[in-house]
Design a protein. Structure first.
Length: 343
């Protein structure tokens, strides 16, 4: 007999559901009816599941805030009817979507597992089948009477990651994702091994969905040889409210007076400067070096060990929610969805 767990699978596109277009030789998305031919029959599982396909489905490089809002609304509309959700998504921007959903969905008490693949499901050697089946099993897993993983996460190549801690690291390996600053939430070998002490616990409060997202921000990646023109053009964007400064190492930046003056002037105009390291593991240790300390004096906010994907999502969400810059600046250093390890 089937257990009463009900899952909803949401298909958004991505390689997992693509085929080779005979005309061009490039990969293009299948529609859901074609895709269902390759995915396991619902009868094979102990839980029940339903499918829902977004229209249009996309290559995840076309991801944008309006799509995230639709996805969050679908989750909200189906939240009470299902015990867990699996989102089939392209791997290219999966870490951005997982980060964004973690912020948009406050009081999430059910699993939202994103997965995809490097090879389409129709290909014999596909990684999609294992990723998809295990993502379903994780979404259906229970622990002490509740969902085993009541958070937004990514399952890929035998590992389950906290979504807002994840980065796509490899464009070709099956093992494509990386979480440099937070341990895996589960590993899939012969058994599914959950790392319960690192998984958020349910708070049993009603789900709240935030749909206002602000795009009044930019990312400025620092590099040796960066010019005043390059920095000026980013800081001069009309309507800009925040800039993610992708800095070196523990949050360091050049000390050229022109550079610091441009930052000071932007800070005086009320622009939030958010310090995120270019390193894939570790984080900003504000003030460890003089070069980083200067940024602190200007009022640059530390991102601690946040990923760029998560920093972008956090800013879009916070600025969408709060029109006051000071309020956003106040919350940025606080871990609100387990996305940072504050000092
Ligand atoms: N371009 C694809 C996408 O992100 C790649 C993938 O699915 O892995 O939609």
């Amino acid at each position: 007999m089937k257990d009463p767990v009900r899952l909803l699978v949401i298909y958004t596109g991505g390689t997992i559901g693509m085929v080779v277009d005979p005309a061009s030789g490039a990969l293009k998305p299948l529609d859901f009816d074609q895709l269902s031919h390759y995915i396991p029959i619902p009868d094979a599982f102990s839980f029940s599941m339903e499918y829902l396909s977004l229209n249009p489905i996309i290559d995840s490089s076309d991801m944008k805030p309006s799509f995230w809002v639709r996805l969050a609304e679908i989750l909200e509309d189906h939240y009470n009817a299902f015990d867990g959700f699996v989102i089939l998504h392209g791997s290219d921007t999966m870490a951005y979507t997982a980060s964004m959903l973690s912020f948009m969905l406050e009081n999430l008490n059910k699993p939202v597992v994103l997965t995809g693949s490097q090879l389409p499901l129709g290909v014999l050697r596909t990684d999609g089948r294992e990723n998809f089946i295990t993502a379903l099993e994780i979404a259906a897993s229970r622990h002490q009477g509740n969902a085993a993983v009541p958070e937004v996460c990514i399952y890929f190549e035998s590992k389950l990651y906290r979504g807002n801690r994840t980065t796509k690291l490899h464009s070709g390996d099956f093992d494509a994702f990386f979480s440099g600053n937070y341990p895996c939430l589960a590993e899939a070998g012969v058994r599914l091994k959950f790392n319960h002490s690192h998984i958020r616990r349910p708070n049993f409060k009603p789900l709240k969905v935030y749909r206002e997202l602000s795009t009044d921000l930019a990312i400025l990646k620092l590099y040796p040889g960066i010019t005043p023109q390059a920095v000026e053009s980013v800081l001069g964007i009309r309507g800009l409210r925040a800039v993610i400064l992708e800095t070196f190492g523990t949050g360091n930046a050049p000390t050229d007076p022109w550079f610091l003056d441009l930052l000071k002037e932007a800070a005086l105009r009320g622009i939030i400067l958010y310090n995120v390291t270019q390193c894939k593991a570790g984080g900003v240790e504000a003030g460890r070096y003089l070069t980083g300390k200067t940024l602190v004096d200007i009022g640059v906010v530390s991102g601690y060990d946040i990923t760029t994907e998560s920093a972008l999502a956090k800013l879009m969400y916070l600025m969408g929610r709060y029109p006051e810059q000071e309020r956003v600046k106040e919350i940025l250093p606080v871990s609100i969805r387990g996305e940072i390890t504050p000092e």
